[in-house]
Every structure is written in C-alpha cells, then in structure tokens.
Design a protein around this ligand. Structure first.
Ligand code: HEC
Length: 172
C-alpha cells in the first residue's frame, strides 16, 4: 500500500513536470517599464483604433541582426492604448500624421522565448515562444493562445515577431 501511494505520488509529480506548454509558463515581467527598451510604436494595431507600443528586454536587444532568431530569455511586452478621437468621431493625428495616444486599454500582451519551450504544440508551434496577457498591475488575464500562435505563426522568417527589425535597430 505504501508502495502504491509512492507510485501515485510519482505519477502526480510527472504530470506537473510535463505540463510544459501554455500561457502560465510566462511570468509577469516585473519592472519591465523601467528596464525594457521601446522598440516600436504602431498605429492602428490589427486594423483597430488602437496604438501599440512594443518594448523588449536586454536579451532581445543584444540578440543580433534582424535576420537571426532572438535569443532564449527574450521577453517582449506590448502595451495598447486607445487612439484619441475628436468630437466628430474622427481619429486625431499629430503634425507628423501619427495617431495620438489616449488611455491605456489596460492590457499588456507578452511573448517570451525559452530554450525547450513550444515542443508540445506540434505543428502550430511558434519556435520556442509562449504567449500571455496581463493587466497593467501584473494580474494574469486568461487568453486563448491558439489565435496568438496562428497569427504570429505566419512570420517564420522573422522569428514570429512582427517588429523583429525594429528590435534589431536598438542594438546601435
Ligand atoms: C490577427 C493577428 C494577431 C493575433 C491573433 C495576435 N497578434 Fe500579436 N501582433 C500582431 C501584429 C500585427 C503585431 C505588430 C504590432 C502592430 O502592427 O500593431 C503584433 C505584435 C505583438 C507583440 C509585440 C511583438 C511583435 O510581434 O512585434 C506581442 C508581444 C504580441 N503581439 C502578443 C500577442 C498575444 C499574446 C496574442 C494572443 C493573445 C497575439 N499577439 C495575437 C498580430 C496578432
């Protein structure tokens, strides 16, 4: 009986150890606002009235030119803002024609890459990337990561990162 309990204990442990894919692998990157670098600002994120700011940690910045994969340990945070709208419901633009940031939407989208991650996704795997979402204060938001994997999955030549070249530009 003791042996059986021991075996069950071991099975339990191995189930935990093989739960090796999913948003929960990604921890909230504490302190990102001061330690990450702004790589890009994109108007009309995914075609909406939203502005995306994309920040990357030092590992990402030093990963090399845009045509090489980002290094293990790279974390990318995207902070979303509502674009400002005028009284006539038109998008406000600055002198350079860019959209103007209003309030943050409250969502942070995060990609993190670690050696060995992604193996459990089979054909939909995006290299070693995982995707997650947090509120501004770091509370985890539940996501369905299938959409993240599918849309970013088209970018095989850019290591699944839309702003790969902007990140490479930060090395100088
Ligand atoms: C329909 C396509 C689509 C889906 C689905 C999608 N993204 Fe993205 N994502 C983009 C685009 C496009 C950008 C580049 C920013 C821009 O142009 O607005 C981007 C940028 C990012 C970035 C900044 C790094 C980069 O690739 O430039 C992160 C982080 C990110 N997305 C996380 C996520 C997460 C997490 C999910 C799932 C919850 C997700 N994305 C789902 C299209 C998508």
């Amino acid at each position: 009986m003791r042996m059986r309990a021991l075996l069950l204990g071991l099975v339990g442990a191995s189930v935990v150890a093989t739960a090796s894919a999913g948003p929960e692998l990604v921890d909230f990157p504490q302190g990102w606002e001061t330690s990450f670098s702004l790589a890009a600002t994109r108007d009309m994120h995914r075609g909406g009235k939203t502005i995306a700011e994309i920040f990357v940690n030092a590992t990402g910045v030093t990963s090399g030119p845009g045509d090489v994969p980002l290094a293990s340990g790279t974390v990318i945070v995207m902070k979303l803002y509502r674009a400002r709208i005028d009284a006539g419901d038109q998008l406000v633009r600055d002198d350079a024609g860019r959209l103007v940031k209003g309030d943050a939407t409250g969502a942070l989208l995060v990609m993190e890459k670690r050696s060995g991650w992604g193996a459990d996704y089979g054909a939909v795997r995006n290299g070693e990337w995982e995707y997650a979402s947090f509120g501004i204060g770091g509370e985890r938001r539940q996501i369905e990561n299938k959409g993240c994997l599918e849309c970013h999955g088209a970018l095989t030549e850019f290591d699944y990162v839309f702003t790969r070249y902007e990140i490479a530009e930060l090395r100088r």
